[in-house]
Design a protein around this ligand. Structure first.
Ligand SMILES: Nc1nc2c(ncn2[C@@H]2O[C@H](COP(=O)(O)OP(=O)(O)OP(=O)(O)O)[C@@H](O)[C@H]2O)c(=O)[nH]1
Length: 176
């Protein structure tokens, strides 16, 4: 069990990033944001720029679409690390046909090594109908497995729905 690891999971636009950012901000530690998204089009570029503006200058942003281990190893004991998000990171590895279970194992090992508390934002993607193509089914299964593996190790697990936190494991920090 990694008591300093947290998982914040939910659907798209559920408010999970905002909650995870508030946990980091309230900690008073140096805010380290690890972004896994890649901008493939103008809408995504605008979305990312908006997120950067909203976060403000008080965050160190690290771009890590694939190599989360290196990004976590770079964090110091004074930091609090937010990984946003495990879903796009997993998608990036899927597109390179990497072994997703092995990547999950490496991610958890890097979280265990990390000198700072780590909050991982992820998505619940399996609530709709079964996808009609094999790639989407593979991704859905891999994301569900990864969320379970992170949640099993984490000291805090929060589901977010309609902007509201549901604590599934552990306790929110006192400033929340
Ligand atoms: N590359 C990059 N991506 C970023 C940056 N800031 C935010 N993002 C990405 O923006 C994504 C989250 O934005 P949205 O898709 O708007 O959020 P959402 O997950 O739908 O909504 P919430 O549930 O409210 O968090 C994450 O995947 C981040 O990686 C950044 O500075 N650089």
């Amino acid at each position: 069990m990694l008591s300093r690891l947290s998982l914040v999971t939910g659907g798209a636009r559920s408010g999970k990033s905002r909650l995870a950012e508030a946990i980091v901000t309230g900690s008073g530690r140096t805010r380290r944001y690890i972004a896994t998204a890649q901008a493939w089009d103008d809408e995504m570029r605008d979305r990312i720029a908006q997120h950067q503006t909203d976060r403000g200058a008080d965050w160190i942003t690290v771009e890590a679409p694939l190599d989360l281990s290196a990004a976590l190893d770079a964090a110091g004991p004074e930091d609090a690390v937010l990984i946003d998000c495990a879903t796009l990171w997993l998608t990036n590895h899927l597109l390179f046909e990497h072994d997703l279970d092995a990547e999950g194992t490496a991610l958890l090992a890097a979280c265990a090594r990390c000198k700072a508390p780590v909050i991982i934002v992820s998505n619940e993607v399996g609530w709709g109908i079964v996808p009609d193509n094999a790639l989407a089914r593979r991704f859905r299964d891999a994301q569900g497995r990864l969320n379970q593996r992170i949640a099993a190790q984490a000291g805090l697990v929060v589901g977010v729905m309609a902007g509201l936190p549901m604590v599934l494991k552990g306790q929110l920090p006192p400033w929340m």
